[in-house]
Structures are given as C-alpha cells and as structure tokens.
Design a binder for this molecule. Sequence first.
Ligand SMILES: [Zn+2]
Length: 332
Amino acid sequence: MKDLPFPRSLPEFQKLFPDDAACAAYLEAARWREGFVCPHCGTAGEPFRFEARPGVLRCRKCRKDIGLTAGTVMERTHTPLSTWFWAAYLVTSLSPGMSAVQFQRQLGLSRYETAFQILHKLRAGMVRPDADRIGRPGDHVEVDEAWIGGKTKGEGRGVHDQTLVACAVEVRQRDAGTLLDKRKGGRIAGRVRLAVVPDRTAKSLTTFVQDAVLPGSMVVTDGWNSYSGLQKIGYEHLPVSENGDGQVADDYLPIIHMVFSNLKTWLKGTHHGVSPQHLQAYLNEFSFRFNRRHYPFNSFRSLLGLAGMNEAPTYADLYSGEWEHPTFSDHG
Ligand SMILES: [Zn+2]
C-alpha cells in the first residue's frame, strides 16, 4: 500500500499538484490504495484514461465510466480539480483559515459565489460523521454556553443576531516538570466540541452534553441550574458557583473561556461576523482547526480524504436555508 504524500510548503504543493491530472491521480490513489477496482463489476486492473477528462476512468471489462469525484464534495463541480486542491491546501495550512473574499482574490476566481460554495463544501468535510465523544472516566471536561454573534452583512447597522453556542472542552494537566502555564494552573486544552443550541434549558444543554461528552467524565460547569441533572445521567458533575464573581469562573473554567474568546476573535477577525444560518459550519471549521492544531499538515490530507464521506450542500441549498450544517453528533 502506498502512502499518500502531502505538501508541507507552496513549492511542494506545486510539485505534487501541477495540474488537474495530478489531482485526479491523487484522488484515485486515495480511493484505491491497492490499485483500481471497478465498483460496477468488481474487475481489478488498469482502467481506460482520457486526457481531456482526467476525472473519469473507464472499466476495461464492463466499459462503465467511474467519476473520481463521485461521493466527494467535488462531485458534479464545474470548478477544476486543481482549484479545489488549492482551496483545501489554503484552508488547512493558513492557521486562521480564510474568508470567501480572500479566497476568491487568491485564486483569481471570477465569482464570489464559487469561492463561497467551495469553502462551505470543504467545511462539510471537516465534520467526522463518526466523531467520538470527548472525555474519559476521570477526565475533566469544561462545559459552558455563550451568545455568539453580531452584525450581519446587509442587514444594516445595529442589527444583532445572537446565537447560543454550547461548548465542551477536555482539560488536561501538563506533566510535572514541563513548562507550566501558571495562569491556568498548568492546565491545557484537549479536544473541543461546539454546537448551536436552541436555548439554555436543561433539555437543550443536557442533550448537548450527551452528544459531546462520554459518560463517566467529570463535567465542570458554572452554577446554572440547567446542568443540575448531569449526575443522574451518568456524569460526575462539578458545578462552580460564580455568585457574580468573574474571577471564580476564570479560576475554575479557564480553558473554556479561552476557547470562547478565541472563537469570537476568529469569527470577527477572519470572517467579519457570520450569520446565524451558517454559524454551525464555522463552528465545525473552528473545531477542526482547534483539534488538529498540532498537526496542521495532516489536515490537508484528512480534509480531502474525509470530504468523500460527507454529503455536501449545493449553492441553492445554502441559500434556500434547506441545508443544515452537520454537527459532530450526526452519526451516519
Ligand atoms: Zn467494470
């Protein structure tokens, strides 16, 4: 089995993916690690290839065409494969990601809509449909919710669409003897889960916790009443009563406050605020980056590889409001 290479720099990217044919070869290798096998008749062996249509293979036995983008976010696209590969590379290698406007400019795309749609399709590939719940028995997981939002483009000044977002983040302790971050008592963030929730009721927040966190974990929350049922459904629960004292919360929920603060900065700085309709997609992207922040180069490969396993929205879906951005709890 050959391992797929992934680019670590722009020159390497250019060398690996000089044209659409190179991108097609990469997709083929990703799908058939042991060589082409026809999905229609099961015959193995070299298919026919067409220079003018690099995205299509034809089985020599049954003569059926197989599209290399079938089942991926690139299916039925009119955008060249090389543009998609650039997009995946830019999205995963620039640590804050990029806005549709920046992306349109970088790739010289004539239509903003194309840039917008490509980025949203890649975001659909950022959700692992089989994502595990975070935490473990004995692990600490901080859970909190916050209002996220702000001005939405085109709706005029002073219009604020605030959306409630719930977050769960693993808290790990640095090993003794390593460099400690004293401000946070040596605690560091593990994996994160983020989801739009309808309200702050016990039903909404416990459903979020059940989707995001493994039972048996120690869930640390503020004193909000809606979290009081967690013990009954199998979690250790440590509610921290803030009593209006922000310092107490900072001491007991330092990591989650950092995550929310980074999230808000990112939404404002890179994307200049996002509409409630698309917020879940940006939460997915933020989580994807956050959870892979120590492995930026693997993201490119996993994004392309994962992309094939997810249903992606069409532009019409995105604007009609029919499309629901997937969350980590959408198990296949
Ligand atoms: Zn065949």
